[in-house]
Design a protein around this ligand. Structure first.
Ligand code: PMP
Length: 408
């Protein structure tokens, strides 16, 4: 089958040394490959400019601290936030656990959950945006409610508006689904949450690499993402929170850097973001994340979004012509296509594709409740990044045609 393209390729493959010629890497939703400017920043960071931050009185450490805080400013600006609201964490998982522990579970928080309070999630959440809330709810005797999906597999905001009550203290939703690619109307979801006084956290893991994000325009309370899906290093991520909320939250981990003054009688704590950054941070992770943000902004998130939605359209069109393929998710998914081949386990699909040099993900994608709702044990998932083009889709489609031949 021939695949036609109406998109100009971004032609960035040469920036990615870990993608050899002829390899279709279609697993960016799990983690993205790293462009040279990020690799260079990491090398320079460890190989030329390395020192600790926030503590040293010598020049090298002062310079490293300036670079670290410049990265915070850059990352904050990237999502429309302020540096003092931008906390560096290990990743989205850690960010969500931090909010669950400090905002909801700690009795020193003005927003701590009480028995009978409720948390609102959606059917398509990643386990990272389910389990931390479940753990808190179990401890305090709170309840979790789940927003269903629309027929075209988006979070149903009409249903959300109908089911939310003043007992709901927190809403946590994916900005973009890691399985379906569905894009949330984040502003409307925020308005609905705020209409009953609930706080809202948005899981932006799949959104920040795929579309422009502005937390101020959205109006949300917390926004989280991982650096490694944004062409940056692993082990670094961001918790953005409204300053007054962060400022009212008690600390999470105790240790160096998060304090104001320590005696054996008592410790007092630093203001945000330092209060939530105990210990020596992932200094070069932060430097790498800065380079990653520069990289995607140089390309332009609008361009990346247009490119990836066009790839999705092409992939859905081509795969949709194969009789045994069932497609999941909405037509306008932001760079992610989940599908099933009738009678073939997704793991077998992915294995056969791997033989053809096409890397996709197969499994439950850390979204088992969504798999239950879709009525499948797993899906095959192709997800796109700035390095992908029509060739990759052609290779995917050829591979799926081979799968259907093998399984007859
Ligand atoms: N949420 C979503 C939507 C994700 O795609 C992922 C990563 N698959 C996570 C949360 C968790 O991110 P991490 O494992 O980097 O903490």
């Amino acid at each position: 089958m021939s695949v036609t393209t109406d998109t100009r390729p971004l032609d960035l493959l040469a920036d990615f040394p870990a993608i050899p010629a002829g390899w279709a890497y279609l697993d960016t939703a799990a983690t993205s490959q790293k462009p040279k400017p990020v690799l260079d920043a990491i090398n320079r960071g460890y190989g030329e400019t390395y020192a600790t931050v926030h503590r040293g009185v010598y020049q090298r450490s002062a310079d490293m601290t300036l670079a670290f805080e410049a990265a915070r400013e850059r990352v904050a600006r990237f999502i429309g936030g302020k540096p003092q609201e931008t906390v560096f964490v290990r990743g989205a998982t850690e960010a969500i656990n931090l909010v669950a522990a400090c905002l909801l579970e700690n009795r020193d928080s003005p927003h701590f959950l009480k028995r009978g309070d409720r948390i609102l999630l959606s059917m398509l959440e990643h386990h990272s945006n389910i389990v931390p809330w479940q753990m808190v709810a179990e401890k305090v005797g709170a309840h979790i409610d789940v927003i269903p999906l629309t027929a075209d597999q988006r979070i149903d905001l009409d249903a959300m508006a109908a089911m939310i009550t003043p007992a709901h203290k927190l809403v946590a939703l994916a900005h973009v689904s890691n399985v379906l690619g569905s894009v949330l109307d984040a502003r409307r979801a925020t308005e609905i949450a705020h209409s009953v006084g609930a706080k809202i956290l948005l899981d932006g893991c799949q959104a920040v690499p795929r579309l422009p994000v502005d937390v101020a325009a959205i109006g949300c309370d917390f926004y989280v993402f991982s650096g490694h899906k944004l062409y940056g290093p692993t082990g670094i991520g961001v918790l953005w929170g409204r300053y007054e909320l962060l400022d009212a939250m008690p600390p999470w981990q105790g240790g160096g850097s998060m304090i104001d003054r320590v005696t054996f009688a008592k410790a007092t704590y630093a203001p945000p973001p330092g209060r939530f950054e105990a210990g020596t941070p992932h200094i070069i992770g932060v430097v790498g994340l800065h380079a990653a943000v520069d990289y995607v902004e140089r390309i332009g998130l609008d361009r990346i979004h247009a490119h990836e939605t066009a790839l999705v359209r092409q992939a859905r069109e081509a795969l949709g012509q194969i009789n045994s393929v069932r497609l999941f998710g909405p037509e306008d998914s932001a760079g992610i296509v989940s599908f099933a081949v009738e009678g073939v386990h997704p793991h077998d699909v992915a294995t056969i594709l791997d033989e053809a040099n096409v890397a996709i993900r197969a499994g439950h994608h850390c979204a088992q409740p969504l798999m239950d709702a879709l009525g499948v044990p797993a899906t095959a998932r192709a997800s796109f990044g700035v390095y992908n083009g029509a060739d990759d889709i052609a290779a995917l489609v050829k591979g799926i045609e081979r799968v259907t031949r093998i399984f007859g």
